[in-house]
Write a protein that binds this ligand. Structure first.
Ligand code: NAD
Length: 495
């Protein structure tokens, strides 16, 4: 670990002044602009990336289209694609410490969390590598008034896929999209967050070293309203896969209307956590604390709205306040740190402003509530009790280490409150009553339901949002489907 701390302060491979990646080459933005990149643990500038504009996006889309049309990847046999993707997964695994260092340095992920995210991404790529040899259509015995036919379906890659991702889990979120797209045979243009461009640039180089042909994966760095908007609007992009806020998700939908590109959206959340009074509190309280404070709450599936049954409310508040107060805040590389920074000063201001609005609206501050330290972008783990149901801290995603807590008495009452949200991404239930747990799981309007656990996911199971938390699913067979389109073929058997 000491060695890693030293490297983080020096010249980390993959950080510093980087170029973007188009058609197998590292290139600057055509207009020459750059964006400063920061380390959120201390606020220091650590390098730059190019400020790509519409012309750079166009260049990348043309490279992706050429590679798609040539068939160099889209028509490569599935077994060959699988082998290359598996090799890439091995190479990423071998360089996991380096990639995790860049994520910790640039995204403020605690180093062990960054390592776990990179290993998760490796498993995800292996999972999708396996799908490359399992893309099947179906056959159908059809016979109707028109006679007899041999009929079957073919699954074609959708074409050129644009991918736009946020800053919280940069490497993992790019991999979720690329794994499925590459298994399906698509060519891709990735637009990482302007705040965290480095790990996507490392990934594209590894993919090409592993054998993905040039032009199949292109990475254009730049601001959302410039490079991102140009990608979403581009008439030669067939599909956009977006992860980010609900507000920008709506803009993506509007931008995609020009050529009716297919759109999948992984958006924000305001996920309820229901704690019944028969819960095993020795496990439920630490699990709830982890479910909101991990990565300083900058996880779309964080459990940010807690509902506690009346009998145990005070005990749970004391437990959560104790957990919040005991967490050691600090640099992403320090082994003692338990909660790291927010991504930027802007994000810290937003969290601070929302917490203040909750308190002004009558909520009780049970723990935290303040900016922490003078360097870096830290905010104390915070617990707000009894906010009003229509307050902003209940209705809006905070994306910080802030949990609200309200009391409930009855099952139906709490399910009603839990579902009373424009979001529907994740939800959690703590109870030792198995039938109550599954009744709640059935009633909850969310893409994930966790019973007596939090943050569990697997590449084989789809993830995505109900309501305004998204369109479509990533991971699992449904994740692959998002990069394929189906064709029905009919052959006459009528002599
Ligand atoms: P954001 O919506 O501001 O930005 C996400 C990406 O969109 C960035 O790359 C940004 O440059 C780009 N962008 C911004 N404006 C754009 C425009 N007009 N056109 C095209 N692209 C544009 O989100 P953020 O602040 O980077 O990330 C936090 C959000 O991401 C939270 O709402 C969080 O819930 C969400 N998120 C969702 C998931 C999920 O799987 N559902 C996962 C992680 C994060």
């Amino acid at each position: 670990m000491d060695q890693i701390i030293e490297r983080s302060l020096g010249d980390v491979t993959g950080a510093g002044d980087q170029l973007m990646w188009i058609d197998g080459e590292a290139v600057a933005a055509l207009a020459g602009g750059t964006i400063d990149i920061f380390n959120p643990s201390n606020g220091a500038r650590i390098g730059t990336s190019p400020a790509g504009l519409a012309a750079d996006i166009d260049r990348a889309v043309q490279a992706a289209r050429r590679s798609f049309k040539s068939g160099v990847w889209s028509r490569m046999p599935g077994a060959a694609r699988q082998k290359i993707l598996w090799r890439a997964a091995d190479m990423i695994e071998a360089r996991a410490a380096e990639i995790a260092t860049v994520e910790a340095l640039n995204a403020g992920q605690l180093y062990p969390f960054a390592q776990a995210m990179v290993h998760g991404a490796v498993e995800l790529l292996r999972y999708f590598a396996g799908w490359a040899t399992k893309i099947h259509g179906l056959t159908s015995e059809i016979s109707g008034p028109m006679g007899q036919f041999h009929a079957y379906t073919l699954r074609d890659p959708i074409g050129v896929a644009g991918m736009i991702v946020p800053w919280n889990v940069p490497f993992g979120l790019v991999m979720t999209k690329l794994g499925a797209a590459l298994a399906a045979g698509c060519s891709c243009v990735v637009k990482p967050s302007e705040e965290t461009p480095y790990s996507a640039l490392m990934l594209v180089r590894i993919l090409e070293e592993a054998g993905v042909p040039k032009g199949v994966v292109n990475v254009v760095t730049g601001y959302g309203h410039e490079a991102g908007a140009a990608l979403a609007e581009h008439p030669d992009v067939d599909k956009i896969a977006f992860t980010g806020s609900t507000e920008i998700g709506k803009r993506i939908v509007r931008a995609a209307a020009g050529n009716l590109k297919k759109v999948t959206l992984e958006l924000g959340g305001k996920s309820p956590v229901i704690m019944f009074d028969d819960a095993d509190l020795a496990k439920a309280i630490p699990s709830t604390a982890m479910g909101i404070f991990l990565h300083s709450g900058q996880i779309c599936i964080a459990g940010s709205r807690l509902y506690v049954q009346r009998k145990i409310f005070d005990q749970v508040m004391a437990g959560l306040a104790g957990a919040a107060a005991s967490l050691k805040i600090g640099d992403a590389f320090s082994p003692a740190t338990q909660i790291g920074p927010l991504i930027s000063a802007r994000q810290r201001e937003r969290v601070s402003e929302l917490v203040a609005s909750g308190v002004a609206g009558g909520a009780t501050l049970v723990a935290g509530g303040q900016v922490h330290g003078e360097q870096g972008f830290y905010f104390q783990p915070t617990v707000l009790a009894h906010p009003k149901a229509d307050s902003r801290v209940i209705r809006e995603e905070i994306f910080g280490p802030v949990i609200t807590a309200n009391v409930f008495d009855e099952f139906d009452e709490v399910l009603e409150a839990a579902n009373d949200s424009t979001f529907g991404l994740a939800s959690t239930v703590y109870t030792t009553d198995i039938s109550k747990a599954h009744r709640a799981a059935k009633a909850l309007q969310a893409g994930f339901v966790w019973i007596n656990c939090h943050f569990v996911s697997d590449p084989s199971l789809p993830g995505g949002g109900f309501k305004q938390s998204g369109w479509g699913r990533e991971m699992g067979a449904e994740g692959l489907d998002a990069y394929l389109q189906t064709k029905s073929v009919f052959t006459s058997l009528n002599g």
